[in-house]
Design a protein around this ligand. Structure first.
Ligand SMILES: NC(=O)c1ccc[n+]([C@@H]2O[C@H](COP(=O)([O-])OP(=O)(O)OC[C@H]3O[C@@H](n4cnc5c(N)ncnc54)[C@H](O)[C@@H]3O)[C@@H](O)[C@H]2O)c1
Length: 391
């Protein structure tokens, strides 16, 4: 028997079946030969698999991460494979901005963005030769849509593929948010009152996962249609103030800013735990809440847990200072490998389409072409339901 010491990155690569087969194909077809791809996406084990797939397609990669989610072992693995990785893990927006600037200074031919950071940085100093690229998430699409007139490039939004919507945003974010809540807090969910802000794809998954963990779940959404849907799905859809005031746990996942602010402090129950699963750490205004006159003390616990002590005796617990909890804290795993393999297979095929010119500038911040969705779905299902021998 041969013992081979393998890493988590090897485990993930082994189970990214779609990327593995695309990588094998790309080694022959080299769709990115002589092209540089700039990436600004969480640097963790699954993105290592994606970035190395693009590298196998002939690309030179210049990569940086998102705020607070860069994992040192992912950076080390990429550097060992010759990928240029800029920056280190940071919560500092200014420093993160400098890393983004360095990626754009390499004048990539294609951009793979997550949150719109790289395309926004490109617009500060545009250059010739950018062919376009992809945007991964809801928050990035919201940021790039109003910039279409200035971008004028093919940019395919992975988030708006139905596959990303149900496989990652709904099922996987729901599961990983629950897993991360348990991982951070080691607290019970059974019988607890959990309030979820946002009933889009991610919020639906988060609400369902906590219900599955025997919590009582209330949903708050500014859109009355989403609120009605939550009600008909069997969740309480109480008015905002009541939903905050009754909560043992509050989770934001909206893509909006200032969803929970210092103005809500009087409503919060003693012992409430607040966390954010949305992309940017702007949904809970942790800085203003912690700086409120009513807060008289702060306790910092290991693993990025913090308790705010209020003059009136209440305590408010904050997970990871409002950064996206499923890629934060101790041993963060993020979303399931298969959900990310599906989304990243869409990424690889969309970047290939932009590189070979099969989409043009009329496809600026638009969903993934239906032909790519169908091909990826077929490829996944063919592995799950192989044809019977002799059929
Ligand atoms: N944690 C992860 O792994 C992960 C993965 C994918 C997406 N995301 C992020 O999660 C966030 C939500 O994504 P989505 O795909 O569910 O978006 P979505 O657009 O489908 O849904 C957002 C919902 O939030 C509601 N909303 C907006 N402002 C609100 C407010 N102030 N209070 C209550 N509800 C409000 C909207 O009406 C909408 O129903 C985004 O930031 C996205 O980038 C995170």
């Amino acid at each position: 028997m041969i013992d081979v010491a393998s890493t988590r990155i090897d485990w993930v690569a082994e189970h990214c079946q779609l990327l593995r087969s695309i990588s094998a194909e790309f080694k022959d077809t080299l769709p990115f030969r002589e092209l540089t791809i700039g990436t600004g996406i969480h640097l963790e084990a699954k993105t290592v698999a994606l970035i190395l797939t693009l590298r196998d397609g002939g690309a030179r990669l210049v990569s940086t991460g998102n705020l607070n989610t860069t994992q040192p072992e992912a950076v080390a693995a990429l550097r060992a494979e010759g990928v240029v990785v800029i920056g280190e893990p940071t919560k500092d927006r200014e420093l993160h901005g400098r890393y983004l600037g360095e990626v754009i200074a390499a004048r990539p031919d294609l951009i793979l963005d997550n949150g719109g950071d790289l395309f926004a940085t490109y617009l500060d100093a545009p250059y010739d030769g950018l062919r376009g690229g992809t945007e991964e998430t809801t928050s990035g699409r919201m940021r790039l849509e109003p910039l279409r007139d200035r971008l004028k490039l093919p940019i395919l939004v992975i988030n708006d593929s139905p596959i990303k919507q149900f496989a990652e945003n709904e099922h996987a974010v729901g599961q990983s948010t629950l897993e991360s809540y348990l991982r951070f807090t080691n607290r019970v969910t059974n019988g607890e009152q959990v309030t979820v802000f946002g009933y889009g794809a991610c919020g639906r998954g988060v609400a369902a996962s906590f219900r599955g963990a025997c919590a009582r779940v209330t949903v708050v959404d500014t859109d009355p249609v989403a609120r009605l849907r939550a009600h008909l799905d069997g969740f309480a859809a109480s008015p905002r103030e009541e939903a905050i005031g009754s909560a043992d746990v509050i989770i934001t996942v909206t893509g909006a800013r200032d969803v929970l602010t210092a103005a809500d402090l009087p409503l919060l129950r003693d012992g409430v735990i607040v966390a954010n699963a949305g992309h940017f750490p702007a949904e809970i205004d942790v800085e203003a809440i912690a700086g409120s006159a009513g807060v008289v003390g702060t306790r910092e616990y290991p693993d990025d847990l913090m308790t705010l002590e209020l003059k009136d005796g209440r305590r408010i617990h904050v997970i990871s200072r409002g950064h996206m909890l499923n890629l934060a804290g101790p041993r963060p795993l993020g979303n399931s490998i298969e959900s990310m393999d599906l989304g990243f297979a869409l990424q690889a095929r969309c970047l290939e389409a932009v590189a070979n010119g099969s989409v043009d500038a009329s496809s600026c911040v638009v969903p993934v072409p239906g032909t790519i969705d169908a091909a990826i779905a077929t490829s996944y299902l063919d592995r799950k339901y192989p044809a019977a021998p002799g059929a």
